[in-house]
Design a protein around this ligand. Structure first.
Ligand SMILES: [Zn+2]
Length: 401
């Protein structure tokens, strides 16, 4: 049975904010103490050349539980357990050859932008979240209001509370029943997606990813970055000044706003296309991303592409849809979607570039040299991706995960 995560905003009152902050501090304490113990045990096993002394999740946890101080009894015991479990996972990921990006676990700091803790005893009822209350606590525990009711039904496994800026969020992991495989009609409906800087084209229309609101936020990011740069130049040694930190906080907040806007767009779009089409075809985005250069603002679009692909693949796997990633060499911009003619550098009007081809110079329009077909260049790309997926024999259509 798969686990699905619902992340939502929560609104704790003042007292519960204190409880949450204490638990985040405690989580950091447990993690750091656990990491220290882990390393000590490892060093000892090396020194004494005894593999039996090697650290494990259980040994480290037992050590920490045994040496609990009196003040720790006022805090949730689950936080210690989950912190050590995550530490164990972090070590496993680090040593896993299939996860080359996994970092070595490192000590957490109070200064880290993201603070969190996890518990496996929280309860959800309607639109309220109830944290597990330790017997010896001095706080008055109340239910915490959630932004919406839980989207999935099933057994709640873990709840992770995070704080970003001054907002609190809960990621609730729910064990859900597998969805039954849908029975599609014989039609082989394909959704094609063409991603561009600023807009996404698909056979259901166009999604604007660079709304006026987004553009205003991008502008703001540019201004803050310039100001921060100037401050660093003028005063390289004291960049921990109040003003500098205030500016950095504003920049981070703006990044979060961009992120939230993008998330909204990503989830709405991927939900729609996965709902409507049994097969979805998109380009390999690494190629697209490489063409985009190093502009900071374009970096934000790059991250949007990556997250969109993940969202589509996850939702597709869940709904038993198929995702086709077009080959890197597939000429989706150069090919005529009606006759299949492909423009090359040698053909008499040249290739399609950002300015269009060398005869018509219409950068929004594709005109075929062969059959004279005229079509919007992005729609042409979408049609080509659909043709690509349709042309593949079914066994070559990869089912994601
Ligand atoms: Zn043509």
């Amino acid at each position: 049975m798969p686990i699905k995560t619902h992340k939502l905003r929560i609104y704790p009152n003042a007292e519960m904010k204190t409880v949450i902050t204490e638990l985040m501090d405690y989580n950091r304490f447990c993690w750091n103490r656990g990491l220290e113990t882990w390393q000590d045990m490892y060093d000892a096993s090396r020194l004494l050349d005894d593999k039996k002394l090697r650290p494990s999740e259980r040994k480290v946890r037992d050590e920490l539980v045994e040496n609990k101080a009196r003040w720790q009894r006022r805090l949730s015991a689950r936080v210690l357990q989950t912190a050590i479990h995550r530490l164990h996972q972090a070590w496993q990921n680090f040593f896993n050859p299939n996860m080359p990006d996994a970092h070595k676990p490192k000590f957490h700091s109070k200064r880290d932008a993201k603070q969190s803790f996890t518990t496996d005893r929280a309860k959800v009822a309607g639109r309220f979240l109830q944290l597990d209350r330790p017997l010896k606590t001095t706080h008055h525990f109340t239910k915490i209001k959630m932004a919406e009711a839980l989207r999935f039904t099933g057994q709640i496994k873990t709840v992770t509370i995070t704080k970003r800026g001054n907002k609190f969020y809960a990621s609730i992991n729910v064990l859900v029943e597998d969805t039954p495989r849908p029975t599609f009609s014989e039609s082989w409906d394909i959704g094609g997606i063409d991603l561009n800087v600023g807009h996404i084209n698909w056979n259901g229309g166009v999604v604007n990813t660079f709304t006026p609101r987004m553009s205003a936020l991008h502008q703001r990011i540019k201004v803050y970055q310039k100001q921060l740069n100037r401050k660093r130049r003028e005063n390289p040694k004291q960049f921990r000044s109040k003003n500098y930190q205030r500016l950095q906080a504003k920049l981070n907040q703006t990044y979060q706003q961009v992120n939230a806007l993008q998330d909204d767009l990503i989830h709405k779009f991927s939900h729609q296309i996965v709902r409507d089409y049994p097969v979805i075809c998109l380009e390999d985005l690494n190629v697209r991303a490489m063409k985009m250069g190093k502009d900071k603002v374009k970096g934000l679009q790059r991250s949007l592409f990556r997250r969109l692909r993940t969202a589509i693949e996850d939702k597709a796997a869940w709904q038993h849809r198929q995702v086709v990633i077009a080959d890197r060499c597939f000429p989706s911009t150069q090919r005529c979607s009606r006759c299949g003619y492909v423009k090359t550098a040698d053909s008499y009007g040249g290739k399609m570039t950002l300015q269009g081809d060398s005869i018509y110079h219409q950068h929004h329009t594709y005109r075929c040299y062969e059959c004279g077909f005229v079509i919007d260049r992005d729609d042409n790309a979408v049609q080509n991706l659909i043709a690509y997926a349709a042309g593949l024999p079914p066994e070559r259509v990869t089912v994601q995960r």
